[in-house]
Design a protein around this ligand. Sequence first.
Ligand code: FAD
Ligand code: DHB
Length: 391
Amino acid sequence: MKAQVGIIGAGPAGLLLAHLLQRAGIECVVLEAQTRQYIEERVRAGVLEQGTVDLLNELGLGERMMRQGLMHYGVELRFGGRGHRIDFADLTGGKGVMIYAQHEVIKDLVAARVNAGGQIVFEARKVGVERLASEKPLIRFERDGAAKEIECDFIAGCDGFHGICREAIPAGVLTTYERNYPFGWLGILAEAPPASHELIYANHERGFALMSMRSPKISRLYLQCKPEEDLDGWPDERIWDELQLRFAALDGFSLTRGPVIQKGVTGMRSFVVEPMQHGRMFLAGDSAHIVPPTGAKGLNLAVADVRVLAAGLQEFYGSGKREMLERYSEICLRRVWKVQRFSWWMTSLLHRFESDGEFDRRRQMAELDYVTSSRAGMTTLAENYVGLPME
Ligand code: FAD
Ligand code: DHB
């Protein structure tokens, strides 16, 4: 097989890149290790930046999102028993975020690609990449027990944090920057109407908690836990009791409980590799960087990367110029580091660190007080949360 661009991974990065390339008349193949059903049901992110929403609409992929998603123009930060609203629309000139599950985005992207006759090879096994520094890099894989190969002009490594693309880059090329956090998030999806119509990020002595949602009937809630927390110790009632304690407010706020339909524990890390390219392979999304989820940025950053990559490939196939492709890492990393900073900052602002003493605790409260009472403080949170402009 041959393709101009071989894309590895059908997550948000890989699928969106395929659409952007298809629109530009560049042919590509997407290889995915899992089944279609698996990727369409995997529960993950839920917040789309304004720019991500606008792009999906521009590409004609936003119809279901606009019908079923919930546009939000603010969030609440809760601490000391009080809630403080950050008004995105007012602070950012009318911008907001869309609450729409990542797996719904995946369904929309897969359906659109299949309808347009584009190729996605599901259940691709033993995927490997070779000859990255040559003019014709190669992808090898197995499908239904048969060995296959695709000769490409370029490879897009969109295969997430545990993928094979980053690992295929020779030793010594990449520098890794990393931070692990001494906690994780226990997340649940529940058949319970959200107790507030906007997200609540709570900083409580017992630890962080987040109330989000998927629809007017389904809540998505998270609480700070140990990084390797054993779910067996967390029957549903204990989770609800703990969430209630952390969201408690002086006005008698009460969570609406309901059957828990999914639960899981996620670790928290910050991770970046530089550069995000080697020869004719480009890393995009989680394969190149991970952010802790507190700023709701992972998916959006994956989208930002592939916008740059698609523009670079379009320039190359349109005019033969390689300037933008050569600057791919440099362009992406400016945003990546700003988003890393924001995600780290939101995490530090809202979580309980065991190692913190009373000084740190008071400083954290003072920062929350500042961020929720100064217009400059609120603006810095708002403009990052709705998404910084694309370069
Ligand atoms: P992925 O979505 O990981 O996709 C990679 C794909 O590659 C997968 O489908 C995988 O099966 C496939 N693959 C892997 N290896 C191979 C291989 N060898 N061959 C072929 N295919 C392969 N982000 C936000 O923006 N907002 C949020 O609110 C948010 N909340 C989150 C909450 C949780 C609990 C978690 C876990 C993540 C959250 N994120 C959030 C992060 C977000 O989900 C990721 O950043 C996003 O999925 C990255 O997209 P991606 O396409 O780079 O990678
Ligand atoms: C959700 C996830 C996040 O990481 C976040 O910061 C906000 C919302 C969610 O899953 O809804």
